[in-house]
Design a protein around this ligand. Sequence first.
Ligand code: FES
Ligand code: FE2
Length: 405
Amino acid sequence: MKPDDSFAASLPRWPAAFNEVPKWVFEDADVFALELDRIFRGPVWHPVAHEVELPNPGDYKTVTVGRTPLLVIRGDDGVVRAFHNACTHRSTKLAMNFRGHTGDIECPYHRWVFDTQGQLRACPGEAEFPPDFKRADYNLAEARSASYVGLLFVSLHASPPPLMDWMGAMAGPVRDALGGDGRLKLLGYQKVRYQSNWKIYIDNDAFHAPLLHAAFRILRWQRPTGRQSRLPAGHMMILSAVDEAPDHGGLLRDPSVIEYQGGAAPRNKAAEQGPGSSLLAFWPLTAIANHLDIFNIRYANPVGLDQVEVHYAYFAHADDDADLVRHRLRQSSNMIGPSGFVSLEDATVFMRIQQALETDPSRTFFLKGYREGADLTETKQNDEAPNALWWEHYRQMMGFTREAG
Ligand code: FES
Ligand SMILES: [Fe+2]
């Protein structure tokens, strides 16, 4: 059953204070069902693949948006499309691997065959089907998709906003973070399942970085001059400068892992201006990070109420020489991957928050630094209060009512 407005209205009220988040949003199965409907099947775009992940016709990748499995495949005509990953006969899931290469796709159950453009090509026993059966009515269902600098977004909603309107002012930084022209080369993936509700993962604030992460603090490389911006569609951008040669006090046996070699990354604006760091988080939860020589995309999706899966995809630029590709590969996963040395504590904190949700339900999460009437759309890079704007977007999308103040 689809939760409706009466369900949203029946929940406890959202706290009146703008910087408070109620705990019940993390634990209620009906809230999760409503999120699947209003957010993951809502008027939102979800980044699912960069076209360089599927360089050749027949290359595919399987992803899940909310609970909907999708098959992202480059057709024989060279076009990348996103189909519902389900046979149109009786809904058997078609592709089971994370990535692969295929010709026609045959469903194992009754052997219907689809081509790489999603068209139904053969179905055994067709002579016995009803006389008005037409194969064309049973092509794979295609999700709405749009791409920007090679990044493919899908929406499961019937009428999402135009992609560029939805992306707004983040379009330029996204272009830069994808190498300036999207001519990337896939280096590989790391996948992780964080043991927490997906919103605990994305609520990971910028304030915590130098406090939680020991290596971040020791290296002290992030200059405090960066900016955090929040956009009308809920997206977040943090753009900051990074010190080129931080003093690691001899703690790193191989300091090359924190070196900046960006001179050979000509299309990255941040690189032209010295080392930079950008974190661009599309609402609701997939982000692109560009830090020193790292290009990564963190595709994220909830697995259920208490787990979120994140696929870190690492890239080099197509023009990089072999040394720079190797450097990017080492730096990417070792520094800010799921077990990177400046980010590995996050997984534990997400789990510990999840484990403590069952305590005093009257307590809310609160975000520090908020003052009544403050403009949170442009702040310092490491502020926590702007997360309140993510939550306000969430509250409105979900139709939750705020308590009177
Ligand atoms: S379910 Fe795929 S052919 Fe029957
Ligand atoms: Fe972190």
